[in-house]
Design a protein around this ligand. Structure first.
Ligand code: ADP
Length: 483
C-alpha cells in the first residue's frame, strides 16, 4: 500500500505583527534600556531573525524592581481582592481572544508545532489566569490562616520550553495573592512575554504590577540578587537553581525552584500495549522532549520488551517532523543551536558507552535546528543517557524483571519530578505510586496538566509546588491558624 501523504496545512504567519525591535516593559510602558544593547531572537526552524530585544542590565533591573515596589505600595496593596480577580479574568479573556496570534508567535520564536501551541500552551495559559482569578477573593478560606498576606515584589525567571505557559504559571498566582512582579523570559523566546505586556496594557492593569525585562543570564542574576526582591520564583536548569538557592540563602527570602528531571515511564507486562506506546511517544516527543517532566527513561518489563519495541519503532516512523507552522507537524525544531549541540553531545556519549541508537527515518530540513525522534536500547543505569537530562527527543530504554526492580531503577536518579505507570491493575498503580519518589505521577497517561493540580519535584528537581492551592501558598506569608 502507498504511504499516506498529508498535504501541507500551513497556519498563516500574517496573524501576528512582530516589531523590528522591542524595549523593556517597566511601570506600564515600553521604555528603552539603560544598557543601550539589544540581542536578536530567531526562528529556530529557519534561523531567520525575528526581532531585536533589549538586554536589561543591573540599572534596568533596579528600575523594574522600583516600579514593582511603587505599584505594590501605591495601588496593588489597596486594590480589593475581588478587583484583583477582575484583572485576572480580563487577562484570561484577552488571551483567549488573541489565542491564534499568541500560538503563531510562540511557534515562530520557539520552534514548537502549532498544534501544540494552539491546543496546549495557549489554552492552558488562559486557564491559569481563570483558575487564579477564582482564588483571589477566597484566600482567607483556603487554610492559610487568618490573614494571608503577599510577600511583596517577586522576581520571576522562566525558561524557553513553554514561554507563555511558564509566564502564566508565575504571574497568575503572584497577582491573585497580591504580589507585584518583575519577570524575565528566556533569551531565545522573549516574544510572547512582550506580547503579554501589551495584554496587560489592554486589560488596564495598574502600571508596574507586571514588569517584563528581557535579557540573558546576567539579567537573571541581577534580578535574583537585587536587594529589594521579597521572593524568587525560578524555572530552569538545576545548575542555575543551585546558584539561586545559594544567593537567596544568604538573604533568607523564600523561593520556588522548578528544575530538571529524568522521569521514568514504567510499562508492566499487563499494560494495554498500544495505549502505552502512544503514551510513551507523547511522554518523550511532546514539545521535542524539551519538557522537564518528560518521560525520558522507559522501563520495560523484560517479557514484553521485544514486542513493545517493534510497535514503538513502527509508531515512531509515523511522527511527522518539519515546519512548526504546519498543522500536521508532530515534532518541530530544536529551540537553539546550543541545545542541539547538547543533545548531540549526550547522544554521542550513549553511542560511545555501548548503547544502541535508532532514529526514525525522516528527512530533516536543511536550515534550522533539527533532531530526529531517537531511542537507545541496551542502556544501563551507569550510562550518561540514563542519568543526565537530555532535554530533547531522545528516549533511553531499560528493562526490568520484577516490579521492585522497576521502582529501584526509577528512583535511581538525583531528580524526582515525574513518573508514569502503565498497567491494567489499579492495585499495582497505587503500590507503585507510593514507592516512586516523584512529585507528579501519571497512571496510564502522561503529560497531563491542570491549573488546579500542584506541580513540582523532589531532590534536585526543585523546591515547592506551582499550581493548585499549594502553589498559592508559595506566594503568601502564612499567619496564625494556617493548616
Ligand atoms: P536552560 O539550560 O534550559 O536554558 P537555564 O537555567 O540556563 O536553562 O535558563 C533558564 C532561565 O534562567 C533563563 O531565563 C536564563 O536567562 C536564566 N538564567 C541563566 N543563568 C542565570 C543566573 N545565573 N541567575 C538567574 N537566572 C539565570
Amino acid at each position: 500500500m502507498n504511504k499516506f501523504e498529508y498535504a501541507p496545512a500551513p497556519e498563516s504567519r500574517s496573524v501576528v505583527k512582530i516589531q523590528k525591535d522591542y524595549d523593556l516593559f517597566i511601570g506600564g510602558k515600553f521604555v528603552s534600556a539603560n544598557s543601550n544593547k539589544r540581542f536578536t531572537t530567531i526562528n529556530p526552524a529557519t534561523e531567520e531573525i525575528l526581532s531585536k530585544v533589549s538586554l536589561a542590565n543591573g540599572k534596568d533591573v533596579d528600575r523594574a524592581v522600583k516600579a514593582a515596589r511603587t505599584a505594590l505600595n501605591k495601588t496593588w496593596a489597596k486594590t480589593k481582592p475581588k478587583e484583583r480577580a477582575k484583572y485576572l479574568y480580563r487577562i484570561a479573556r484577552i488571551l483567549q481572544e488573541r489565542a491564534r496570534e499568541f500560538a503563531v508567535l510562540e511557534s515562530l520564536d520557539n520552534g514548537k508545532p502549532i498544534r501544540e501551541s494552539r491546543d496546549v500552551d495557549i489554552p492552558l495559559a488562559a486557564a491559569h489566569f481563570f483558575y487564579h482569578a477564582g482564588w483571589a477573593d477566597k484566600l482567607e478560606y483556603a487554610g492559610f490562616g487568618d490573614r494571608p498576606r503577599p510577600h511583596g515584589v517577586v522576581g520571576q525567571i522562566i525558561p524557553w520550553n513553554f514561554p507563555l505557559l511558564m509566564l502564566s504559571w508565575k504571574i497568575a498566582p503572584a497577582l491573585a495573592t497580591g504580589n507585584t512582579v518583575v519577570l524575565k523570559p528566556a533569551e531565545t523566546t522573549p516574544l510572547t512575554a512582550l506580547l503579554f505586556a501589551e495584554v496587560c496594557q489592554q486589560a488596564e492593569l495598574p502600571d508596574g504590577v507586571v514588569n517584563i525585562i528581557t535579557g540573558d543570564g546576567s539579567t537573571g542574576a541581577a534580578l535574583v540578587n537585587h536587594k529589594d526582591i521579597d521572593k524568587v520564583a525560578f524555572t530552569g536548569s538545576t545548575e542555575v537553581g543551585k546558584l539561586i538557592a545559594c544567593s537567596i540563602a544568604e538573604r533568607g527570602i523564600p523561593a520556588t525552584l522548578e528544575l530538571g528531571g529524568k522521569g521514568a515511564n514504567i510499562v508492566f507486562d499487563d499494560a494495554p500495549i498500544d495505549e502505552a506506546v502512544e503514551g510513551i511517544v507523547n511522554g518523550i516527543f511532546f514539545n521535542q522532549g524539551h519538557v522537564c517532566c518528560a518521560g525520558s527513561r522507559l522501563l520495560l518489563q523484560e517479557n514484553i520488551a521485544d514486542e513493545f519495541l517493534i510497535r514503538l519503532k513502527d509508531r515512531m516512523t509515523k511522527i511527522r517532523v518539519g515546519d512548526p507552522l504546519d498543522k500536521n507537524t508532530d515534532l518541530g525544531a530544536i529551540n537553539s543551536s546550543a541545545q542541539l549541540a547538547k543533545i548531540k553531545e549526550i547522544s554521542d556519549s550513549g553511542d560511545k558507552e555501548g548503547a544502541t541508537l535508532w532514529s526514525a527515518p525522516c528527512s530533516l530540513p536543511a536550515k534550522g535546528f533539527w533532531y530526529p525522534p531517537t531511542i537507545f536500547t541496551g542502556v544501563t543505569q551507569a550510562h550518561r543517557i540514563a542519568r543526565e537530562e537530555i532535554f530533547g527527543p531522545v528516549l533511553s530504554i531499560l528493562t526490568f524483571r520484577t516490579p521492585r526492580e522497576a521502582i529501584e531503577k526509577a528512583n535511581n536518579t538525583p531528580y524526582g519530578l515525574s513518573a508514569g505507570i502503565w498497567t491494567e491493575k489499579g492495585s499495582k498503580i497505587l503500590w507503585a505510586a507510593q514507592q516512586l519518589k516523584a512529585g507528579v505521577i501519571w497512571a496510564n497517561t502522561f503529560n497531563k496538566f491542570d491549573p488546579a493540580s500542584p506541580f513540582g519535584g523532589y531532590k534536585e528537581s526543585g523546591w515547592g509546588r506551582e499550581g493548585g492551592r499549594h502553589g498559592l501558598g508559595a506566594y503568601l506569608k502564612i499567619g496564625k491558624g494556617a493548616k
